[in-house]
Ligand binder design. Structure first.
Ligand code: PEP
Ligand code: MG
Length: 946
């Protein structure tokens, strides 16, 4: 796949995907090709090592790309005058070069490291390898995106048989000196020399056992000397070399090992999981050691300036006395709550509170920090923006404004739009959720917690729901017919399908938690069971899943409904919910800055009302075909399809007319005069009739049992029609505008239903703004044909009813030819709405419903690094959108432009749509808050130009 478009307009709060793609374009800018980068290094003047110390740093907070998160934080804290041990950062570009030079650093960088090491020795008043005043350093990884615990770290580097004695003499603490030495050997042995940890642990435990020591700290100097001796023997036995005594060799070894750890299995897995690009590399931070293990007046810890789960304004974290950093995270000893530090070391605690609150004010965001206290003196080792839940993000952003730290515009940039979905979904009790093992994972199509009894058909779902049961619909795939089953289910789980498969689209639209493409599910619909991870789940058994992560578990887990949804649906008063107040406040600020309009994709009055309550000001896509599936409707639809002449077809359509009119009345009314885009019928007709195989089985059964002759005859006719409707490639077949052209009476009926509903509302004194949209247009003549029908019917109806209403007739741009000839199409269209689902399908030639099978592999193999059905392919499909906009507006400068494909609710895509000048985006009702926020961020970042 070609190079990614740079997303210049990204805001601070990025979705994982957009972050990945933005970072990737950054990375490709910095190190575009092997040759180019090597050439850049050879040219020389580029800086690869950045010093920090004595209140001054070469880098700063804006240099995360170069210095990584940790390096840029250390530089920034140094510049701000905070107590940071001095050191230097080897840049991420050096990591890229390391790999490009066959896992070796060019000599020029070695030289730069040496110069900076001398500088560090001067500032520290200590020299690496000196027996009098040995400098000891830590060597830590630090990529642009935090990857906690995934890469390697080495502490106490510089210790050898001579310097350890010097450390003992200088500190008067032999236990500490040898504890530091054994830790260093253990880390070095494991990380650099790649000896399994257990080999060291075995020796350590043996000494502990022999001396009857309960904890690590019970070991005295003599014991630790013995540990060091044993470690040396492990290393010699394993590597056939002595443990390196030369600190420069140690430093080179550690540095390279950190670079190597960028590509360890853990790190790669983590990057896959969190969409972090592989080619941005890690920086290496070499920093003077400070010791939290110097005794009881020393400590080490980590914390957050606010609670990252709830956003509460509380100092949050843990610490350990007489310990080094890894002891806190490794769980060897149980750390103590940070508030206890106040009692243990009040002065250091007060200083830590003071510094971290200053850091929070400085960065204007919650900080996640690491510190060490050496003999009661506090040192800061890291600060970065703290990761938080969606809930906490909203609480923190609104609090920071209330506290005067942020302006509303800045707060809008602080919340990742997609994280708002978490606030709308029912939640699992986190403690209960943890207790059950993951059975499998699928694509997280629609967020939320779902727990219920498994059913395999929509009919059973409805039946069981009517009996008061909570059901979870499990299907190989879903078809439009399942809409009612989906409506009553707690969640929908399918074995096939991608992010825009039917289950995913409808699931999101309904706000129904959904997981699709869970390929490990072996579903046996006939025997009503499925197997996964060696377990068999039968109809009625409980399954639970989290639509946000894609995790599926077998068993029942309790959920609680979202408070915000309760307020929006009128079940709770706004003033009863603090989180609703904040959510609403944040989105009001977002509305003040965004220029994109937000509409919803909805085809039922209740969905439209909900969308309006969530802040949608218009419907961007009302899929009329969904209205044909309700009880008492599908039969009429089938009668229309079965008709073999226009007269019978019209008779059936006449029965559908009042039903459609009723629906349109509801949807138009729910939008309070905002525009409502109603699309004429789109799917191939076979979707409205039973499956050929099912009919054949039914007919065979009726024949064998001598069943009702009339029914048999009717089923045979239906089968005949189903066979006629069969298409080899229905997605490219008789659908969209092609249906309206071959059966103009369908378009007529739909137009009549729309305008009769609109006129009726007008007479009721309510404002309406219908927009009739023709799908799948690739030729202007197609649109012209259908527009004539719509306009004729509209005029007729308005005349009949003595009412005049404003309306528009436009088209979807979802066939590449439509985009290419947008200048012609615009001569007939009064608006365009980009149908990016079909446009993606047809531009890539990837089937929307089948691509799930191979897109995963594409992503794993880096052939494509995102799902183009979830996030717009700016380079290819986006080019067509941009071209469509330009060419359309060249014909009609005020042409209204929108998007109604699934991308309309994707934050990264919204940035793109803002940039190309669309008037609005349209998405499922539950995505409306996400889109409001993303649109505001797009407007802000484009203005700010970050
Ligand atoms: C589209 O193709 O983007 C679209 C919105 O239409 P549908 O998903 O109904 O094909
Ligand atoms: Mg479409």
């Amino acid at each position: 796949m070609a190079k990614k478009t740079t997303r210049k307009g990204q805001s601070k709060a990025k979705t994982k995907k957009s972050a990945k793609r933005a970072a990737k374009s950054q990375a490709t800018k910095k190190a575009p090709t092997k040759k180019a980068t090597a050439g850049a290094a050879a040219r020389g003047p580029k800086k690869f090592v950045y010093f920090f110390g004595n209140g001054k740093a070469d880098g700063n907070r804006t240099m995360k790309d170069v210095l990584g998160g940790k390096g840029s934080g250390l530089a920034e804290m140094t510049n701000a005058g905070f107590p940071v041990p001095p050191g230097f950062t080897i840049s991420t570009a050096a990591c890229t070069l390391y790999y490009e030079h066959g896992r070796k650093l060019p000599p020029q960088i070695d030289k730069e490291i040496e110069q900076n090491l001398h500088k560090l020795e001067k500032v520290a008043g200590a020299t690496l390898g000196s027996a009098d005043a040995p400098l000891l350093v830590s060597v830590r990884s630090g990529a642009k995106f935090s990857m906690p615990g995934m890469m390697d770290t080495i502490l106490n580097l510089g210790l050898n048989d001579a310097t350890v004695e010097s450390l003992k003499n200088r500190t008067g603490n032999g236990r500490f000196a040898f504890d530091s030495y054994r830790r260093f050997m253990q880390m070095y042995g494991n990380v650099v020399l790649e000896i399994p940890k257990e080999e060291f642990e075995k020796e350590f435990d043996a000494v502990k056992r022999a001396r009857g020591a309960k904890t690590d700290t019970d070991l005295d100097e003599a014991a630790l000397r013995e540990v060091v001796g044993r470690y040396k023997r492990v290393i010699t036995a394993r590597t056939r070399r002595e443990f390196p005594q030369d600190p420069f060799e140690q430093l080179r070894g550690a540095r390279d090992a950190v670079f190597r750890s960028w590509n360890n299995e853990r790190a790669i897995k983590y990057r896959r999981l969190y969409d972090i690009p592989d080619d941005i590399g890690t920086a290496v931070n070499v920093q003077m050691m400070v010791f939290g293990n110097m005794g009881d007046r020393s400590a080490t810890g980590v914390g957050f300036t606010r609670n990252p789960a709830t956003g509460a304004r509380e100092f949050f974290g843990e610490f350990l006395t007489n310990a080094q950093g890894e002891d806190v995270v490794a769980g060897i000893r149980t750390p103590r709550p940070i508030t206890e530090l106040e009692r243990v070391m009040p002065k250091a605690y007060r200083e830590l509170r003071d510094i971290t609150s200053r850091l929070e004010r400085h960065y204007k965001d919650v900080q996640d920090f690491e510190f060490t206290i050496q003999d009661e003196k506090l040192y800061m080792l890291q600060t970065r923006s703290g990761k938080r839940t969606g809930y906490a993000a909203v609480v923190i952003a609104t609090d920071l404004v209330e506290e005067g730290l942020l302006k509303p515009k800045e707060a809008v940039l602080l919340v990742e739009p997609i994280s708002l979905s978490q606030l709308l979904a029912p939640m699992f009790d986190p403690n209960e959720w943890k207790k059950v093992a993951v059975a499998t994972k699928g694509l997280p199509a629609s967020p939320g917690a779902a727990s219920g009894q498994v059913v395999f058909t929509s009919e059973t779902a409805i039946e069981w729901k009517n009996q008061g049961l909570k059901v979870l619909l499990v299907r190989k795939e879903t078809v439009p017919d399942d809409i009612h089953g989906m409506e009553v289910a707690q969640g929908v789980l399918t074995a096939t399908g991608g992010m825009t498969s039917h289950a995913a689209v409808v699931g999101r639209q309904m706000g129904r938690p959904s997981i699709v493409g869970a390929g490990q599910l072996q579903i046996d619909e006939k025997n009503k069971c499925f197997t996964v991870s060696g377990q068999t789940v039968r109809e009625g058994d409980y399954v639970s899943f989290d639509g946000l992560t894609g995790e599926v578990k077998i068993g029942k887990v309790a959920t609680t409904p979202s408070e915000i949804l309760q307020v929006v649906t009128g079940k709770m008063r706004p003033e009863q919910s603090d989180i609703y107040r904040r959510f609403n406040q944040l989105l009001t600020w977002a509305d003040e800055v965004r220029t994109l309009g937000i509409r919803a994709n909805a085809d039922q009055p209740d969905q439209s009302e909900l969308a309006y309550a969530f802040g949608a000001r218009g419907i961007g896509l009302c899929r009329t075909e969904h209205m044909f599936f309700g009880a008492g409707r599908i039969e009429k639809m089938q009668r229309m399809i079965l008709a073999d002449n226009e007269k019978d077809r019209r008779a059936a359509l006449n029965e559908l007319l009042p039903l459609q009119r009723g629906d349109f009345h509801g949807v138009l009314k729910a939008m309070h005069g905002c525009p409502v885009t109603i699309r004429t019928i789109d799917p191939p007709l076979h979707e409205f009739v039973p499956k050929r195989e099912d009919l054949m089985v039914e007919i065979a059964r009726l024949e064998a049992t001598g069943g009702d002759a009339n029914l048999l005859e009717e089923r045979r006719r239906l089968l005949h029609r189903v066979e006629q409707l069969h298409e080899f490639n229905p997605m490219l077949g008789h659908r969209g505008v092609r249906l309206g052209i071959t059966y103009p009476e369908i378009t007529e009926m739909q137009a009549r239903a729309i305008f009769e509903a609109a006129c009726q509302l007008n007479r009721e004194g309510l404002a309406v703004m219908p927009e009739v949209m023709i799908p799948l247009v690739g030729l202007v003549e197609e649109l012209k044909d259908q527009k004539e029908i719509v306009v004729r019917v509209a005029e007729d109806v308005m005349k009949e009813q003595g009412v005049q209403i404003k309306y528009l007739v436009g088209t979807m741009i979802e066939v590449p030819r439509g985009a290419l000839t947008a200048d012609q199409v615009a001569t007939e269209a009064e608006f365009f709405s980009f149908g990016t689902n079909d446009l993606t399908q047809m531009t890539f030639g990837f089937s929307r419903d089948d691509s799930g099978k191979f897109l995963r592999i594409y992503q794993d193999r880096k052939i494509l690094d995102f799902d183009p059905f979830a996030s717009i392919d700016t380079v290819g499909v986006g080019q067509l959108v941009e071209m469509g906009c330009k060419r359309g507006r060249a014909t009609k400068p005020d042409l209204k432009l929108g998007v109604c494909g699934e991308h309309g609710g994707d934050p990264a895509s919204i940035h793109f749509f803002h940039k190309v000048g669309l008037n609005y985006v349209s998405c499922s009702p539950y995505r409306v808050p996400v889109a409001r926020l993303a649109a505001a961020q797009a407007a802000l970042s484009v203005k700010v130009g970050d």
